[in-house]
Design a binder for this molecule. Structure first.
Ligand code: AVJ
Length: 320
C-alpha cells in the first residue's frame, strides 16, 4: 500500500499486525481474559469513539471543551509565550483550535502513530491557522520522540487532553509521564486532562449509553479480532458491561459471555463459561490529590488546575 515504508506497524506475510495477534493470544490465555484498550481503535472503533463524544451521557468531551473555552486568558497568562505546542495524539478538531487560539503559540507539533490521521488533522489545522508552522511527527509517543529541529529553541508545552492518561494503570502512566518529560525537555510545561471521580451512576451511564453506541464500540474489538485474526468469536453471545471499580477508582469495560462458548483465534482454541468476561478497557478517574500524586510520580509539578462548571473534569498545568 501507499503507507508501506512509513508504516510503524509490524505485519507478517499475510498482513496480520503481529503485536495485535500477540496481545490477543496472550490476553485470552489469562485467567481473567484482558486485551489492551489501544486495540479498540481501528477505523471502525475510532469512528464509534467520535460518535460516543456526542452522546448525551458522555460528558468528558463537553466538559473539557467548556474548560478550554472559558479560561483562554488564564492559559495565555500561565503558558510560556512563543512556545511550541506538542500534542500527544493527532488532536481533536474542537479542543486543539481552542487552545491554539487562546495562547497563539509559535509552532504546533502533533505526534501520532497513525500517519493517516496525523496528515489529515495537520491539514485541517493549517487551514484554520494559516500563519502557524505545523510539524507533524509520525511516532509512538510511549517512547521518547525527537522533536523537529525547527522547535529545538522554543519553550515546549505538552498537550494531552481527553483523560487518555486514565486508560493506563499507574505503572504505565508514570512511565508515559516520564517519557513525555524526556521528549519535551527540562523546563517544559504540560497541560493534561484528567476526568474526575463522581457519582457512580453518572460514570456508568457515560460508559453504557442508552443508544448502545459504547456497547458497539466495545464489541467492535471482538469483531476486529474475527476480521483480522481469522477468529470465530460469537459476538452475538457477548454483552457489553461497564462497571465502577471503587478500589481502583476506574470504570472497566468488559465483554461478558451470555452462555458457555468456544472459539478459535489464529488457530488456538479458547473457551468462556457463561458470565466470564474479557476485560477490554480501564478508564481511571482522579481527585485533586490522586491527580497531583500521579503527576509528581511522573516527574511533573502541578502548578494550576481548572474544572468545568459541574466539576466533572479537570485540566492541570504542570511543569517539568
Ligand atoms: C478516549 C480513552 C478517554 O476512557 O473515556 C469512551 C474512551 N471508552 N467510552 C474514555 C472511551 C468508552 C475514552 N478515552
Amino acid at each position: 500500500t501507499a503507507r508501506q515504508g512509513l508504516e510503524l506497524v509490524d505485519r507478517d506475510e499475510s498482513g496480520v499486525d503481529r503485536a495485535f495477534r500477540a496481545d490477543v493470544l496472550k490476553g485470552l490465555s489469562q485467567e481473567q481474559k484482558a486485551i489492551p484498550a489501544r486495540w479498540l481503535y481501528d477505523d471502525a472503533g475510532s469512528q464509534l469513539f467520535e460518535d460516543i463524544t456526542k452522546l448525551p451521557e458522555y460528558y468528558p468531551t463537553r466538559s473539557e471543551t467548556e474548560i478550554l473555552q472559558d479560561h483562554g486568558e488564564e492559559f495565555a497568562a500561565a503558558i510560556a509565550p512563543g512556545c511550541a505546542v506538542v500534542e500527544f495524539g493527532s488532536g481533536s478538531s474542537v479542543k486543539t483550535p481552542l487552545l491554539l487560539s487562546a495562547i497563539a503559540p509559535a509552532a504546533y507539533v502533533p505526534l501520532d502513530i497513525s500517519g493517516d490521521f496525523l496528515r489529515a488533522s495537520a491539514k485541517q489545522l493549517s487551514a484554520k491557522f494559516p500563519g502557524l508552522p505545523v510539524h507533524p511527527v509520525e511516532a509512538d509517543f510511549m517512547r521518547k520522540v525527537s522533536l523537529p529541529d525547527q522547535v529545538t529553541d522554543l519553550p515546549k508545552l505538552g498537550f494531552f487532553p481527553g483523560s487518555t492518561i486514565g486508560n493506563m494503570v499507574a505503572r504505565t502512566s508514570v512511565d508515559l509521564l516520564r517519557t513525555m518529560r524526556d521528549t519535551l525537555g527540562d523546563k517544559a510545561q504540560l497541560l493534561i486532562g484528567m476526568d474526575l471521580i463522581k457519582d457512580a451512576a453518572v460514570l456508568t451511564a457515560a460508559y453504557d449509553d442508552a443508544a448502545g453506541v459504547t456497547g458497539e464500540f466495545n464489541l467492535n474489538l471482538a469483531r476486529r479480532i474475527n476480521r483480522e485474526l481469522d477468529a470465530t468469536i460469537p459476538v452475538d453471545q457477548l454483552r457489553h458491561v461497564a462497571l465502577w471499580n471503587d478500589d481502583f477508582a476506574r470504570i472497566e469495560m468488559h465483554c461478558e459471555a451470555l452462555d458457555d462458548i468456544e472459539f478459535t483465534v489464529a488457530g488456538q482454541q479458547f473457551a468462556m463459561a457463561k458470565g466470564d468476561t474479557i476485560h477490554t478497557e480501564n478508564s481511571h478517574k482522579f481527585d485533586r490529590r490522586s491527580a497531583n500524586t500521579l503527576l509528581l510520580a511522573g516527574g511533573w509539578t502541578p502548578m494550576q488546575r481548572w474544572t468545568d462548571s459541574q466539576r466533572r473534569f479537570s485540566l492541570i498545568l504542570a511543569e517539568a
